[in-house]
Ligand binder design. Structure first.
Ligand SMILES: Cc1cc2nc3c(=O)[nH]c(=O)nc-3n(C[C@H](O)[C@H](O)[C@H](O)COP(=O)(O)OP(=O)(O)OC[C@H]3O[C@@H](n4cnc5c(N)ncnc54)[C@H](O)[C@@H]3O)c2cc1C
Length: 404
């Protein structure tokens, strides 16, 4: 087991510097423009790919060659400190890659994960397609069906998916669908929809409150036929799992729980990046802005707000790093990943709101970035499990009871 340490190693220090430099030079100057345009920033993604920040090799390096689990957290904090909307464009394909890694065989991982990123010469995107218009938190309510056509060894997918990052513009869509409705959430399976499938199309593109550079849209599956080999994990394993569930055996819910807990700290690290951006900006502003003949930071009410922001951000980071490390060691005792995400999301919303307060009227205008950061921050309370769903997971973990 790797020891937990708060001291970044030399690789992590260099990584942090590298991404911070990219964020400062390439993200901050264009963030407002892409937020206004609300379009996918292809030229920006190209720059990220050219330096090796967007690509499956970078992800593999982070996931496989870091026994601490903390390098990814450091990377995400710096990227989202640069800008959350642009940051999501770099990270969105990672959701698809994580979906493939969670359910696929090693051959499927090798085949499909690189295709979620493409190459600097030909960029590609991945999308993780789970949520539906009537089923976000309540995954047992998914209606998208996957039916096996044995004669052709094909799966046929039908349904509508909602709020999908990179939905409809991705090359690889990783779709979660119902194979046995009677088994509710235990009757799901994940499928790859390869590029240019005529049965998959984009529905409405959402106009959002924040992270507007990131593309979010509906995905419509209309008799979408895919080869049998696109079932992640394979048919034999699926049949075995479904048989176990039908017999009333518990299956590997503990393993699934560990997987979710292990991915949640990453969202927490993104939230901390946004919180820190707002905190640093407000601190500098408070030192310069004068009212009643002195810098506003000389008022306790302002400096105490900043003291609280600094403390909360540090607390959230410690929780995120602990959870990332525990995830890597497969050492969760209760729901430390959910706790970290819950805390960091709230800290991002609170810190960005306080930053607006410290900037006063200017903070409320689009002339200053803090209002954008506040809009961006709210997403961390919503996606990859809302605030209340994290509380539910934590409540069940600490009590051992099936709290509803
Ligand atoms: C910008 C953006 C990007 C996204 N990207 C993706 C993506 O790439 N792939 C994907 O599959 N999904 C994605 N999502 C969907 C996201 O995961 C869902 O929106 C989220 O899980 C919440 O589901 P919902 O919107 O249906 O809300 P609901 O589940 O309807 O929840 C509404 C409210 O009720 C509360 N609530 C629900 N159930 C309970 C309960 N049991 N106890 C207490 N409170 C409860 C919730 O916390 C929330 O406050 C994205 C969403 C957004 C906004």
């Amino acid at each position: 087991m790797t020891e937990f340490s708060l001291k970044l190693n030399e690789d992590q220090i260099q990584l942090k510097k590298w991404i911070n430099g990219f964020a400062l030079e390439k993200m901050r100057p264009i963030a407002e423009e892409w937020d206004d345009k609300e379009e996918f920033p292809w030229p920006f993604l190209q720059e990220a790919a050219d330096i090796g920040l967007y690509g499956w090799e970078f992800m593999a390096e982070m996931m496989m060659n870091d026994p601490t689990g903390i390098s990814m957290m450091v990377s995400l904090e710096e990227l989202f400190w640069g800008d959350a909307g642009l940051g999501m464009c770099v990270m969105g394909s990672g959701l698809a890659a994580a979906g493939i890694a969670a359910s696929g065989t090693s051959e499927q991982v090798m085949e499909w994960v690189p295709q979620c990123y493409g190459s600097p010469e030909k960029l590609a995107l991945g999308a993780f397609v789970a949520s539906e218009p009537d089923a976000g938190s309540d995954v047992a309510a998914y209606r998208t069906r996957a039916v096996y056509d044995e004669a052709n060894d094909e799966w046929v997918l039908n349904g509508t998916k909602a709020w999908i990052t990179n939905g409809g513009i991705a090359d690889i869509h990783v779709v979660v669908a119902v194979v046995d409705p009677e088994l509710k959430s235990k009757g799901h399976a994940s499928f790859i929809v390869p590029p240019n499938n005529p049965g998959l199309s984009m529905g409405q593109k959402y106009k959002k409150h924040g992270i507007k550079a990131s593309h979010t849209a509906e995905v419509v599956l209309d008799d979408c036929r895919i080869p049998g080999s696109c079932l992640l994990g394979g048919k034999e394993k699926l049949d075995e799992r479904l048989a176990r569930v039908r017999e009333g055996k518990k299956g590997n819910s503990q393993a699934a729980m560990q997987t979710f807990e292990a991915t949640r700290p990453a969202v927490g690290a993104q939230a901390i990046g946004v919180a820190r951006a707002a905190y640093e900006y407000a601190l500098e502003y408070a030192k310069e802005r004068e009212a009643f003949g002195r810098p506003i930071i000389m008022n306790q009410s302002i400096s105490f707000m900043l003291a609280d922001m600094a403390t909360e951000i540090d607390a959230a980071r410690l929780m995120v790093w602990r959870a990332a490390w525990l995830g890597k060691q497969k050492g969760f005792k209760y729901a430390e990943g959910s706790m970290a995400k819950l805390k960091a999301g709230r800290v991002a919303v609170h810190s960005t709101e306080r930053a607006i307060q410290i900037l006063g009227g200017y903070g409320y205008t689009r002339e200053y970035p803090v209002e954008r950061w506040h809009r961006d921050a709210k997403i961390f309370d919503i996606f990859e499990g809302t605030e209340q769903i994290q509380q539910l997971v934590i409540a069940r973990a600490i009590s051992g009871l099936r709290i509803e």
